[in-house]
Design a protein around this ligand. Structure first.
Ligand SMILES: Cc1cc2nc3c(=O)[nH]c(=O)nc-3n(C[C@H](O)[C@H](O)[C@H](O)COP(=O)(O)OP(=O)(O)OC[C@H]3O[C@@H](n4cnc5c(N)ncnc54)[C@H](O)[C@@H]3O)c2cc1C
Length: 476
């Protein structure tokens, strides 16, 4: 991967359309020393560099990226900038109601923090905070699932202003989706073009004096000396930040704790205003369907529909970054797009791509710094890291610089070795078998629930069994 000439098409729609002529930065080709070395130039690595330099400008910081900044999940996601973190509600279970409220406020504030950065940097990343709609659509059981989800949000202390119910008519005013029964709305999500944000962030950290090496995969890490090796050079650093999330092929240590999961996404050609009048999403609200196939989308600033779904695990935790729209694995996405939006039957698709997200064993995000070894690790977003990476990076920087802002006391902050803070994933073949089992049950459930002819008892049984299975592996 790292020694191939850079091929922009492999990076997906956002990056290839934003920078069609992208030229990688220089690679590391000497042996250097840095106060802090960061492995991975996605949102986590770059936000960490940004806040480190902001609070400690004297530090020398080198970022090593295997491909180009944003090549990983950060440049190829669905563009939901969320004021929340997957897994945070289980992390704060033991806190008092007012402490939980403080955590919620911190999470909502992520969008303001990112917006302030873009204004300060004069960086246009098509950010629009239209909120998110979780639509009960296609089959009636989704209505029940969304009502259960809202009840769960209430039990976690989220009030009406954070998540509120949309009746069938209220949903239809915002989104015309097949069998829209109702749904949940939250204002705490913005739509962005993630490539514009991550590439702009890379430029911003360079302007601060951070040195960013591209095409510089770290192939070896000696934890006792802080020595990172690439094919053509090395960095010896006092502190090393591992920010590779799921897109990690070479370093074995993070892979024990963060599982790489593949997910795919496609984008239409720009749609006419008449079609958008039929669909809705006037404020560029992002949307998800209330089933278990992780169906989600956004209206882009140039009037396309980005549409993603499904997740899969490859044996041994392989990372895949090349996809083609003609690949049969996109058939589900194409069918589902037309099922939900039949008005798009005459519209063209311009591109399909995929990427790797990271899932930690405890399904919770983490910011870890071990002062003894100088090793830091951050991530574990479970597919929701566009916004979370900003809050996690701020937490990590407070841990590293020993800043007292309260973030380092949050339940996702750990001052210890990564191996103590995180739980290991089970070895193969258990991971693969479990992933296969879960995916198969999700597919059976989808098949039965979307079939109006299927017997009611079968639907109830598959829903119950799949729900229990998902709970056992902590998927919902
Ligand atoms: C298809 C898809 C859709 C998604 N949609 C959303 C969404 O809408 N909203 C949301 O919040 N989240 C979404 N996510 C998740 C989100 O994109 C990630 O959580 C987030 O981008 C993680 O950022 P990161 O910097 O931690 O990791 P990454 O962006 O993956 O960055 C890791 C970087 O490390 C580099 N790297 C790896 N190993 C090495 C090495 N040995 N040496 C040097 N460099 C290395 C990689 O090349 C990569 O650039 C989605 C993910 C996918 C795949």
């Amino acid at each position: 991967m790292a020694n191939h000439p850079y091929n922009n098409k492999r990076a997906g729609y956002w990056l290839s359309s934003h920078e069609p002529q992208l030229q990688p930065r220089a690679k590391l080709n000497e042996d250097i020393h840095a106060d802090i070395a960061i492995v991975g130039a996605g949102f986590t690595g770059l936000w960490t560099a940004w806040y480190l330099k902001k609070h400690a400008p004297q530090l020398s910081i080198a970022v090593l990226e295997a491909e180009v900044a944003g090549f990983g999940a950060s440049g190829r996601n669905g563009g939901w900038l969320m004021g929340s973190m997957e897994g945070v509600d289980s992390l704060v279970e033991g806190l008092s109601p007012s402490q939980r409220q403080d955590v919620h406020t911190l999470c909502y504030g992520i969008i303001d923090e990112v917006r302030a950065f873009t204004l300060e940097q004069d960086l246009d990343c098509d950010l629009q905070q239209g909120g998110a709609i979780y639509a009960a659509a296609r089959y009636p059981e989704q209505l029940e699932s969304m009502q259960e989800l809202l009840a769960y949000f209430r039990s976690c202390g989220y009030d009406e202003s954070a998540y509120h119910w949309l009746s069938k008519d209220e949903l239809a005013k915002q989104l015309r989706i097949k069998n829209g029964y109702g749904g949940i709305y939250t204002p705490h999500v913005a739509a962005i073009n993630p490539a514009k944000l991550v590439r702009g962030l890379a430029v911003a950290v360079e302007q601060q004096g951070v040195v960013l090496y591209e095409h510089s995969a770290v192939t070896g890490f000696d934890q006792s000396t802080g020595l990172l090796k690439t094919v053509d050079g090395s960095v010896r650093a006092d502190r090393v930040v591992l920010a590779t999330e799921g897109f990690n092929q070479w370093l074995t240590m993070p892979r024990r704790y963060v599982l790489p999961i593949q997910s795919q996404i496609l984008v239409t050609e720009p749609l006419t205003d008449a079609l958008w009048d039929e669909i809705g999403l006037d404020r560029r609200q992002v949307f998800a369907d209330g089933g278990r196939q992780s169906i989600y989308g956004q209206k882009t600033a140039d009037k396309r529909l980005v549409f993603g779904a499904r997740a899969s695990y490859l044996y041994g935790g392989q990372v895949r970054y090349e996809y083609d729209l003609s690949d049969p694995s996109f058939n589900f996405h194409k069918d589902m797009l037309l099922t939900l939006f039949p008005m798009l039957s005459g519209s063209g698709l311009s591109c399909g791509w995929g990427g790797t997200l990271g899932v930690p064993r405890k399904f919770r995000p983490h910011a870890i710094f071990d002062p003894g070894s100088g090793i830091a690790m951050a991530g574990g977003y479970g597919g929701e890291g566009v916004g979370a990476s900003n809050l996690i990076a701020r937490t990590l920087v407070d841990l590293i610089l020993e800043r007292q802002t309260g973030l380092s006391n949050m339940p996702w902050a750990h001052r210890m070795a990564p191996g103590k803070a995180l739980r290991r994933w089970e070895p193969e073949p258990f991971r693969w078998l479990t992933a296969k089992l879960v995916t198969q049950f999700f597919a059976w459930e989808e098949q039965l629930l979307s079939n109006p002819q299927a017997a009611g008892w079968k639907k109830r049984m598959i829903r119950k069994t799949t729900g229990q299975l998902a709970r056992i592996v902590h998927l919902h």
